[in-house]
Write a protein that binds this ligand. Structure first.
Ligand SMILES: NC(=O)c1ccc[n+]([C@@H]2O[C@H](COP(=O)([O-])OP(=O)(O)OC[C@H]3O[C@@H](n4cnc5c(N)ncnc54)[C@H](OP(=O)(O)O)[C@@H]3O)[C@@H](O)[C@H]2O)c1
Length: 316
């Protein structure tokens, strides 16, 4: 296959997992991987220049403005505006360039705050997302509207996927705005370095979440490029409920921390169960097979290897 593939957001977390998958399948010479240093995709002229230069047949559009709940709360307009423009610019350019396929991910935070677990795709648009990150999540959700609209008007074959709570190498480990898995890995790793006798966690540890290894998500992308011609969305996750307490114990083990884990039960637990329904994904013959133990081990090893280099561009 000699299709030209354009991967945006290639320097980010999922992009770094996906680039080698695309290069292995389609040939490194056929994959153009860009990040914001090469093209600012907020600028439509730069988007057009990129499409003119690469002439892609396939676009995997990861470029997004993402951050933790703190940043989302403080700068909701920036999250809304930038993600809206990044989505609109690339869908429109892809349609005008008549690409054969556009693959676009959005997040599970776009589901309604009151969604019932296991959350299946039909619950999207059935309620307002968690308000703290609604600027980001509603802008990303417009990917579904864009996919349907551009398919109808321009025949653009765009597909939206919804990866669950991803974790893995290259994740954002910065204490200010990291997600639960990298935040915990870093805490236990540092507790081990500092010989801390205990690590205190918030809540009871009873809430359940499902986690998906980013490498597994990346490996599904060729399927969506080659074999899925609907707008979606399709959840991509492990579908396995893991109590936060079990997550903490496993992470302590893989990070080599042998001290005590204390639970401050006076602190709130948040939503008790939030897991994704993966029936649609399974029916397509897809799976996310990396066990939590194995995925966490790889992620903790990656942090240990890169910890000393934090500050050199890694989000550590
Ligand atoms: N992480 C998750 O758990 C998760 C879950 C579901 C869906 N998603 C979606 O998956 C995609 C990838 O997520 P991620 O976690 O890999 O995000 P990420 O690490 O923040 O990477 C985002 C990438 O977008 C690029 N970017 C931002 N603004 C840009 C601009 N103006 N022009 C060009 N490139 C720009 C960044 O480039 P620079 O670094 O060079 O600035 C970065 O490489 C996103 O669309 C996200 O919404 C993520």
């Amino acid at each position: 296959m000699s299709d030209r593939i354009l991967l945006t957001g290639a320097g980010g977390f999922l992009g770094r997992h996906t680039r080698p998958v695309l290069e292995a399948r389609y040939g490194a010479g056929n994959v153009t991987a860009v990040s914001s240093a090469g093209y600012d995709l907020m600028d439509r002229r730069q988007v057009d220049a990129l499409f003119e230069t690469v002439k892609p047949d396939i676009v995997v559009h990861y470029a997004a403005y993402s951050g933790g709940i703190g940043a989302n709360s403080a700068f909701p307009a920036d999250f809304y505006f930038r993600n809206t423009v990044l989505t609109a610019n690339v869908f429109d350019a892809a349609a005008k360039a008549k690409v054969k396929k556009l693959v676009y991910p959005m997040g599970g935070c776009s589901y309604p705050a009151i969604a019932k677990s296991p959350i299946d795709e039909s619950q999207l648009f059935q309620g307002y997302p968690q308000k703290e990150s609604a600027g980001y999540s509603t802008a990303k959700m417009m990917g579904v509207v864009a996919a349907q609209s551009y398919r109808k008007q321009y025949g653009l074959n765009a597909t939206v996927i919804i990866p669950g709570n991803m974790y893995g190498e290259y994740d954002n480990f910065h204490p200010r705005d990291s997600h639960v898995v990298p935040a915990m890995i870093r805490r236990y790793y540092e507790a081990r370095l500092n010989n801390a006798p205990f690590v205190e966690m918030w809540g009871t540890g009873a809430p359940e979440r499902d986690f998906v290894y980013a490498g597994d998500v990346a490996k599904t992308i060729p399927f969506f490029i080659e074999s899925f011609d609907e707008s979606g969305p399709v959840n991509i996750s492990s579908g396995t409920a893991t109590p936060i307490k079990q997550l903490a114990t496993t992470i302590a083990k893989v990070a080599g921390y042998e001290g005590e884990i204390r639970w401050d039960t006076s602190k709130p637990d948040g939503q008790m169960v939030k897991i994704f329904d993966t029936a649609k994904m399974s029916a397509l013959g897809l799976s996310c097979p990396t066990s939590l133990d194995e995925g966490l081990r790889r992620t903790a090893n990656w942090l240990a290897k890169n910890y000393a280099g934090r500050g050199d561009g890694l989000r550590l």
